[in-house]
Design a protein around this ligand. Structure first.
Ligand code: KIV
Ligand code: ZN
Length: 505
């Protein structure tokens, strides 16, 4: 059988970051990019360089560190965007500029206010200009899912001649049915032949992103654009883990296709992205949800115990999920901890390891069993730590029922310990108001999420908050980890404050 390689183009750091609330800082993006490289992703879309200096800086830092995967920046079909993209990816070993323009009648008329002829001209100019910086240029027809196929052929023909090596067909608004998507890709594949690689980029507005990506592969697409955990604009993009596991699990249908993904890195990558973005996949999410390999009913449990394949079509080990993951306890030493951190795929500095080890010991003193997910949460919080301009030292609460919820907090700032107290409408309100009094900066809580990192009554609580401070338009995110939910909440709020102040600096 002739093997066909499907390139995996990951856009977690670009389209994924467009998920409401998923913004990441540069250090966090670097950690994710390095993990994506380990996962075996062919192309990492590291951001949209022209969007902001922060994006540009993150792409450049990623380009300096990633060695195996191609690093790509998105750019509108504008010279200034292409220059920004070229500058940001300049240090990369393998680099790509991904330029795009909309091709659907509705986008051309109302958004671009351009005639179809002008759109083709801009596309050709953009590809030609991008080619002056890099060999590898991708062109996308934004909203291809609602574009006229005759016009798509016309523009694709023109950009191939201008030098585009990859032609991406996005279903930008997740509109297509799988049979329609397949038919469109087949017609374009017959038209393009081997002059360029056809790619798809499917959004999940109707829950069809995976089906549309698979239908495209069956009809000639040789690159799929996707994200970890299906993050992305609105309802998200096709999930990388789902596409890859469909191809792997249904070898009877897809045996001729191969990807370069090391599936054992899927679960660690999913956890890393979830820990960093604070967006935890729903429990019943395919492949990486908490329940994806859990069997609840007696009949299922009995069947699985007798023969795993009665109810399991995939092995959890294949995605790097180790069920027997009770690993360390309070007697474990630094060496065992270091080895476990390494086995979990992290490469961290000695200083970060020391700090993470202190947190681990502290946790092990209070909690009997430490799971892999606990270690992942501790290490991620360490490597993505920002400067602690304010640091929580201690807190006390009184909220007996019928009473007035009251919080007293001590916080270190500029080597001084500041103490204060406040009452609130509830405990969280009292805590956050006290932090506001101490810092003199008032925050509006926009979002609050709490979940258990692992299992058991003594599980670590992970809190993610989004707070808008002073008159800033953009809310900032903060994470907090603790066995005590109130402490985790306060740490998250103080973390958001530190993030806000660092950004201001
Ligand atoms: O959904 C979309 O059309 C995009 C393009 C910029 C590729 O994200
Ligand atoms: Zn998109």
């Amino acid at each position: 059988m002739n093997t066909k390689t499907i390139k995996i183009f990951d856009t977690t750091l670009r389209d994924g970051e467009q998920s409401p609330g998923a913004s990441m800082n540069t250090e966090e993006k670097i950690q994710i990019a390095l993990q994506l490289q380990k996962l075996g992703v062919d192309i990492i879309e590291a951001g949209f360089a022209a969007a902001s200096s922060g994006d540009s800086d993150a792409i450049r830092r990623i380009s300096e560190q990633v060695e195996k995967s191609t690093v790509c920046s998105l750019a509108r079909a504008l010279p200034k965007d292409i220059e920004a993209a070229a500058h940001a990816i300049e240090p990369a070993c393998y680099k790509r500029i991904h330029t795009f323009i909309a091709t659907s009648p509705i986008h051309m008329e109302y958004k671009l206010k351009m005639t179809p002829e002008l759109v083709i001209k801009k596309a050709v100019e953009a590809v030609e200009y991008a080619k002056t910086f890099v060999d590898d240029v991708e062109f996308s027809c934004e909203d291809a899912g609602r574009s006229d196929i005759g016009f798509l052929k016309e523009i694709l023909d023109a950009v191939i001649k201008a030098g585009a090596g990859t032609l991406n067909i996005p279903d930008t608004v997740g509109y297509r049915m799988p049979n329609e998507m397949g038919a469109m890709i087949k017609e374009l594949y017959d038209f393009v032949g081997d002059k360029a690689i056809l790619s798809v980029h499917c959004h999940n507005d109707l829950g069809l992103a995976l089906a549309n990506s698979i239908a495209s592969i069956e009809n000639g697409a040789r690159q799929v654009e996707c994200t970890i955990n299906g993050l992305g604009e609105r309802a998200g993009n096709a999930a990388l883990e789902e596409i890859v596991m469909v191809l792997k699990t249904r070898k009877d249908i897809f045996g001729e296709y191969k990807t370069n993904i090391n599936t054992k890195e899927i679960y660690p990558t999913s956890r890393l992205v979830a820990n960093i973005t604070g967006i935890i996949p729903q429990p019943n999410k395919a492949i990486v949800g908490k329940n994806a390999f859990a069997h609840e009913s007696g009949i299922h449990q009995d069947g699985v115990l007798k023969h795993k394949e009665t109810y399991e079509i995939m092995k959890s080990e294949d995605i790097g999920l180790n069920h027997n993951s009770i690993i360390l306890g309070k007697h474990s030493g630094r060496h065992a901890f270091k080895q476990r951190v390494k086995d979990l795929g992290y490469s961290i500095s000695d200083e970060e390891l020391d700090e993470a080890f202190i947190k681990f010991k502290d946790l092990a003193d209070k909690k009997k069993e430490i799971f892999d997910d606990d270690i992942r949460a501790i290490v991620t919080s360490e490597i993505t730590k920002i400067e602690e301009i304010y640091k929580l030292i201690g807190m006390q609460l009184s909220d007996c029922s019928g009473g007035v919820p009251t919080a007293a907090i001590s916080i270190k700032h500029n080597d001084t310990i500041i103490k204060d107290a406040a009452i609130g409408d509830g405990t969280i309100d009292a805590l956050f108001k006290t932090v506001d009094r101490i810092s003199g900066i008032s925050g509006e809580l926009v979002d609050y999420k709490v979940d258990a990192v692992s299992k058991g009554k003594d599980a670590l609580a992970r809190v993610v908050v989004k707070v808008r401070f002073e008159d800033s338009k953009m809310p900032v995110m903060g994470h907090g980890l603790s066995l005590d939910t109130m402490e985790a909440s306060t740490k998250a709020y103080v973390g958001a404050l530190n993030s806000y102040l660092s950004m201001k600096k």
